[in-house]
Structures are given as structure tokens and as C-alpha cells.
Design a protein around this ligand. Structure first.
Ligand code: G3P
Length: 347
């Protein structure tokens, strides 16, 4: 091989090595008209989806939480809040989480219960006397173990503490006993726990997305619903039904969840900020809920809504057997929950 040929061969190899090197650096630099330019770091966008409408406190709280997270994480992460079911909610929202989308679901704990059934037992009927008992339960080892189970299924639980009040009946006629619910079609979220609870209480439970409840009542698809004061006032559903009967049968509370895969891809700083703001938001949300429930009762009364006490003993007796109707729950889970609750009550 002559000297010239050797030089040419060497140059070719050098060009090849250089081009491989430049392709390798493609993520960092972009070529525009022959000039290398630094690319802005990619901002991660996470969509947060919920059923709550803008006028409900939970939606207001999450706008605030997202703003704080976005402010603190500036250019590298943005949480976008979608309220009122603009994006998939319920089961469909949870599927986004499990499927690894950049997604935060804010929805009923029952949808988490579809993956780890014992969560439903923790929010079973007539367990808690007040919010504090429930909030202590979510910090217990029992619930921490469920959160660890959820992680194995690809779900990171960010909070179970977004309360929106105990749920009661909203119907046309006054309800005092289980007898009064006989033959009434009562809207419930799409959940076996709600179906069995309302059935035990004497009603005909009818699952329906909340977005269809107002028209559902007008068109007589359902006779009434069950929900918290926050829901009744915030969604204006009181316009079509005026009797609240205080059964307080289930706790209105949301699970805030994200894909475990997405969570693990975030930086330590991003995880810290999200955790802190979601926690602070939950404390604020509970304080607001306690305050607003009183305010809303007065406002609802002014709007012609009547509040009725019920025969609590009769309703408690009616739901006694509900806890025995879930073959997927861990045997003895009710007793475990009651032991935990007794510890909480005796503290
Ligand atoms: O916006 C609706 C919300 O307040 C209650 O929804 O499905 O838990 O009754 P749900």
C-alpha cells in the first residue's frame, strides 16, 4: 500500500469514528445550519385527572398543590390538573397509572381496591366516628402493608388522605330507617362495596358516573343518590333533590396514585417536592372540609334543603353482614381493622 493510500484509509477511519461520536452526542446538541446548539432540558408533564368539578374543594386544593409543585420544580416538571372528568376517571384513570402513563389519578379508594382488595375493607361502611380516626388508620402498619402490595402491582400511593366528608342519602322523601329506602333507585359510584352497602341498607343501588346523575334524576333513571355535603353543595345536585338523611354510611375519600415506574424515573428532588406538597395539600384540604361542611349546611338550608336524623342503630344493624361478602378480602381483615381502630381510639 502506497503512502497516499494509507493516509486516505486513516482519514476514512477518523471520519467514521467522529461521526459515531457526534451521533452519540445527539441528545445533548442539535445541528442547525451547521452550528451546534445546546438543547433545553426536557420538561416532564404529568396529567392529573379527577371527577371533582371546579367548585368542589378537592379540585381547588389540587390546583393549589399543582401550582406549588410547578413553581418549585420550575423547568423540569409540570403537573396539569384536569377536573370534572375531562380525562378518563375511575377504573380508566387507574388503568393509565398501571399502564405506566405520565398520570396521577385522584379517585375513589375502591378503584385501588380493584388491584389490592383489602383497601375496600379499610373504607368499609360505618367504621369511623370522625376524620381523625381514618387519618390515623392510613398511617398504620396495616395500610402501609397494603401500599407495599400496591407497589408490587405498579402503583405508588401518594396519599389516601383527601377527604371530602361522610356520605349520606339525598332523596325526595325523608329517610329514617332501612324500610324507607325500599324500592328507591339510589345512584352509587361503580363499586361492589357501594353496591353491597346500599343494598344492605335497603335501597336498589344503581351505578352511574357522577356526570350523569343530575340528568339521571331529572329523567327518573334514579330516585336519588348518596354523597357528602361537599358533593351536594359543590356540584349543585341539591337543585334536583332536597332531603338529606344523615346516614353517614361511607367515607368520601380519594386515593392519589401514580405509576411506580414513572415515580422511580423522577429525581430525588422531584419526588421530595411532590410528596411534600401533596401531604401539605391533604392537611389543608381536611381543614377546609371541616370548616366548609358547617358553612354548606347553613347555605343548603337557606336553599330549601332539609336535614334529617336517621335511626342509626337500625342502619348499623343492616350493614353488619357486608364485611362477610367479599371473597377476595384477606380472612379476618375486619377484625384486624377493628383491632387497629381500638388502638387508635385508646391512644
Ligand atoms: O364530583 C363528584 C364527587 O363529588 C363525588 O363523586 O362518584 O364519589 O360520588 P362520587
Amino acid at each position: 500500500m502506497g503512502g497516499d493510500q494509507m493516509k486516505k484509509g486513516f482519514l476514512k477511519v477518523l471520519m467514521l469514528v467522529l461521526s459515531i461520536f457526534l451521533v452519540g452526542c445527539g441528545g445533548e446538541k442539535e445541528k442547525t445550519d451547521g452550528v451546534q446548539q445546546a438543547k433545553a432540558p426536557q420538561k416532564k408533564v404529568i396529567k392529573m385527572s379527577m371527577k371533582f368539578v371546579e367548585d368542589e374543594q378537592t379540585a381547588k386544593t389540587f390546583h393549589q398543590v399543582a401550582n406549588k409543585i410547578n413553581d418549585r420544580l420550575k423547568d423540569n416538571l409540570e403537573i396539569q390538573v384536569f377536573t370534572g372528568g375531562q380525562l378518563p376517571i375511575g377504573k380508566d384513570s387507574m388503568e393509565q397509572v398501571v399502564g405506566g402513563a405520565n398520570w396521577i389519578s385522584v379517585d375513589g379508594i375502591n378503584f385501588l381496591g380493584d388491584y389490592v382488595p383489602d383497601y375496600n375493607a379499610v373504607v368499609g361502611p360505618m367504621l369511623y366516628n370522625n376524620f381523625d380516626e381514618y387519618l390515623a388508620m392510613t398511617k398504620s402498619d396495616l395500610v402501609k402493608n397494603l401500599n407495599a402490595e400496591a407497589e408490587k402491582k405498579g402503583i405508588k400511593v401518594l396519599s389516601l388522605d383527601y377527604l371530602f366528608g361522610f356520605r349520606s342519602m339525598l332523596t325526595e322523601k325523608e329517610v329514617k330507617t332501612p324500610e324507607d329506602l325500599k324500592g328507591l333507585k339510589i345512584r352509587v359510584p361503580n363499586s361492589q362495596l357501594y353496591m353491597l352497602t346500599l343494598e344492605a341498607m335497603g335501597a336498589n343501588p344503581t351505578p352511574l358516573p357522577f356526570t350523569e346523575v343530575y340528568s339521571g334524576i331529572q329523567q327518573k333513571v334514579v330516585d336519588g343518590l348518596e354523597g357528602s355535603l361537599m358533593t351536594i353543595y359543590g356540584t349543585k345536585i341539591y337543585e334536583v333533590r332536597k332531603q338529606v338523611s344523615l346516614t353517614n354510611h361511607l367515607l368520601g375519600v380519594s386515593a392519589v396514585t401514580i405509576s411506580n415506574k414513572v415515580w422511580n424515573e423522577l429525581t430525588d428532588e422531584q419526588r421530595k417536592v411532590i410528596e411534600e406538597e401533596i401531604y401539605n395539600g391533604s392537611v389543608y384540604n381536611t381543614d377546609e372540609t371541616v370548616k366548609l361542611e358547617k358553612e354548606y349546611q347553613t347555605k343548603l338550608e337557606e336553599l330549601g334543603v332539609k336535614f334529617n336524623e336517621v335511626d342509626a342503630v337500625a342502619f348499623n344493624k343492616a350493614i353488619e353482614n357486608v364485611f362477610n361478602q367479599f371473597p377476595k378480602w384477606t380472612p379476618g381483615i375486619y377484625n384486624q381493622i377493628m383491632d387497629e381502630l381500638n388502638k387508635i381510639r385508646n391512644k
